[in-house]
Design a protein around this ligand. Sequence first.
Ligand code: ADP
Ligand code: MG
Length: 400
Amino acid sequence: MSLPTLDDLGDAAGSRVLVRADLNVPLDAGRVADDFRIRATLPTLRELLERGAAVVAASHLGRPKGAVREELRMRPVATRLGELLEREVGYHPAGGCLDDEVRARVGRLAPGEVFLLENLRFDPGEEANDEGFAAALAGLADAYVDDAFGAVHRAHASVDALPRRFRAEGRPAVAGRLLQREVEVLGRLREEPDRPYVAILGGAKVSDKLATIGALVERVDALLIGGAMAFTFLATEGAEVGRTLIEPERFDDVREARRRAGERGVLIELPADAVAAPEASGETRWRTVPAREIPRDLMALDIGPRTVEEYARIVADARTVLWNGPMGVFELEPFSAGTRGLATAIAGAPAFSVAGGGDTLAAIARAGLADAFDHLSTGGGASLEFLEGRDLPGIRALEA
Ligand code: ADP
Ligand code: MG
């Protein structure tokens, strides 16, 4: 299987190219609050414009569930995209995501011009992977480029039915530079990582990442666990976890993952100490306690300093590091040191470093360490599903 890219697009000069990007950014008071995802797709857009194409960009934004929601219109995204591209980005607040005015304006686009469609999910056909909706989108352009890595795990019209339609009609449907890089980097982690390969998983729930744990146990040399999920692991050993958020219904899954890790000789590391408090609040009184002896009235909300030191030591010897999920409730200052400490350790390690997950990336950005990572994946769920070896509809639809 090979993924066609912009190198396979041929002469783009004078053509109209529909770029499905992932411009699903957080908004605040009608402005883009974080433009990481918009920036990530700029290389693709700039290359197409330089090659003389006109670009019709499209994305979903939030979860409007097939209806127009005023607060989820793409206008703030069009504004920010225009600033970043340093050129005007056409936009028309259509009733759905397409109307006659949109078709007319797209039809008049000249080489080097950009038009951004309205939120794809305003149309129920998007999430339904509807052929009719895909046909309407296909009518807007000569070629299709998918740069929306964050959406390739969904069988939605703009990433599945649409590229299949282009290909069935003998028209190009290829991956943009961002999607290409994600597949290259994550593919390397999946198929042939430099060893030792160390993965660090955190976040609130084992349930969210059960499939990931199972897949990683088959591939990594060491798995370091943090976040609340570490305490579900510890609880299976009979540790005292106090009021920490754990999932007893996952004990069997955790035991199975540990059994398999033992069989493969994979090291599973759990916290030695924790920062615990009566509640997850910035004002609360907290203290550092042994991770296996959380006092009855407290909950573990971060990994402790000894754990950070131990995890940092393992990371320092790794040649590949994958990180998904914060080590604690990093949003609150008293419980942010574990996540920050680990981010610092990875950033300073010689390993090839990859991080993914919305909260993880936010924590890395907050620590000012984004540039120190080799790759920050724009897809949270998509990156995990890719690493699990799952077949992703948006990638399958492009593969020759
Ligand atoms: P990502 O978005 O990077 O994939 P997740 O969404 O899986 O990460 O997990 C992040 C969330 O987990 C954060 O909101 C964080 O506050 C929470 N979390 C981490 N550790 C704990 C803990 N010990 N107790 C409660 N919540 C936690
Ligand atoms: Mg999250």
